[in-house]
Design a protein around this ligand. Structure first.
Ligand code: ZN
Ligand code: ZN
Length: 345
């Protein structure tokens, strides 16, 4: 028995009153009416999303080509495995956002999700550009498909992939919320030990172009977190009956599993053999992020004593263009246009 309807497409008798608009199960016409938005945060989000436009090939990777050969074996293995994971995440995001969008009936939010899907596609292309520049075609293919053979990598991808699949197979309100939560965890936790690794390499004077690609990806991911947090908060208002204690516990458990997976992954790929990061820092940072992600959607934190960012340098590296990357503050402030993007190098 399904309690959520797939969005109608051409719908002559859809509602035109803004007040009747709903996040799910609304009677949408699909008309993009920019002057009549129910969800007012969308205008800021849209502006930010458009201004964040960037082109991966405009970042120069000449230094990275030299540096890659000089990485320690541990650094190179971590670089390859982390890229393999990130490529998978951004690819499945590109493919899955349309599935979520099929059930969201607020046209302005459909618009945001479409921009997000475009950005995820650019992210996967940026990794291809990195691999094409840095390694041989054979090596590139090996990295692209490492997740099929590396047991730990495959396990990670399965957790997210199966959550996304279960919504596809059984589209209920509860499964939608779990898919949205999986998205939020992916955007807010899974990318982060990878981002940390790239920023740390840059801090150690290595792979500056890769770090710059990651910085632009990171900036986009922050707006995606902002979008998903907003969708969750609107659903809390419009569909309070879904948020039972059981569901809230399930969502926190999902976050706990996500945090544990990310820490185990960070320990496996980075470990204690890379200068500047270690297992303890990874664990402290990911638990801190897990707490912050939960409290920002009104759920209780999981870990006592993890309220301070133990790796502030990550935020500094992420902020190198004076671009605000904290989605709590994400307002129309500093935008990097294509020209400044080149000038930054
Ligand atoms: Zn992405
Ligand atoms: Zn994203």
């Amino acid at each position: 028995m399904l309690d959520i309807n797939r969005k109608p497409l051409f719908n002559e008798f859809g509602d035109i009153e803004t007040s009747k608009k709903r996040m799910i199960n609304g009677n949408t016409t699909n008309l993009n009416d920019f002057n009549n938005m129910k969800y007012t945060w969308v205008s800021d989000w849209y502006r930010q999303g458009m201004n964040n436009f960037w082109i991966p090939e405009e970042i120069n990777l000449a230094q990275d080509l030299k540096d890659y050969k000089r990485l320690t074996d541990d650094e190179r293995t971590a670089y390859d495995k982390i890229l393999s994971f990130l490529i998978f995440l951004d690819s499945i995001q590109t493919a899955n956002l349309g599935n979520i969008n099929n059930y969201i009936t607020a046209s302005e939010v459909n618009l945001c999700l479409t921009i997000q899907a475009f950005q995820e596609a650019v992210h996967s292309q940026s990794y291809s550009y990195m691999l094409d520049t840095i390694c041989s075609p054979e090596k590139r293919n090996e990295i692209l498909y490492q997740w099929k053979d590396d047991k730990i990598l495959l396990e990670r991808n399965k957790f997210i992939g199966e959550l996304y699949n279960s919504f596809l197979e059984s589209p209920t309100k509860e499964n939608l919320l779990k898919t949205i939560m999986a998205n939020y965890i992916l955007e807010g936790i899974y990318f982060y030990s990878g981002f940390m690794f790239f920023y740390n390499l840059e801090r150690n004077g290595k792979m500056p172009g890769s770090a710059q690609e990651i910085r632009y990806i990171n900036r986009d991911e922050n707006t995606h977190l902002w979008l998903f947090r907003s969708i969750i908060k609107e659903l809390q208002l419009e569909e309070p009956e879904i948020f039972t204690d059981k569901l809230k516990n399930d969502l926190r458990d999902m976050m706990r599993i996500g945090v544990e997976h990310e820490i185990a992954w960070g320990h496996y790929v980075i470990g204690d053999n890379i200068s500047g990061i270690n297992k303890k820092l990874i664990e402290d940072y990911i638990k801190y992020l897990g707490n912050m992600r939960l409290t920002s959607i009104g759920l209780d934190k999981l870990y006592e004593g993890y309220d301070e960012n133990p790796a502030e340098w990550v935020d500094r590296q992420a902020n190198a263009n004076s671009v605000k990357t904290d989605f709590f503050e994400a307002k129309s402030t500093a935008y990097a246009k294509a020209a400044t993007l080149v000038d930054d190098l």
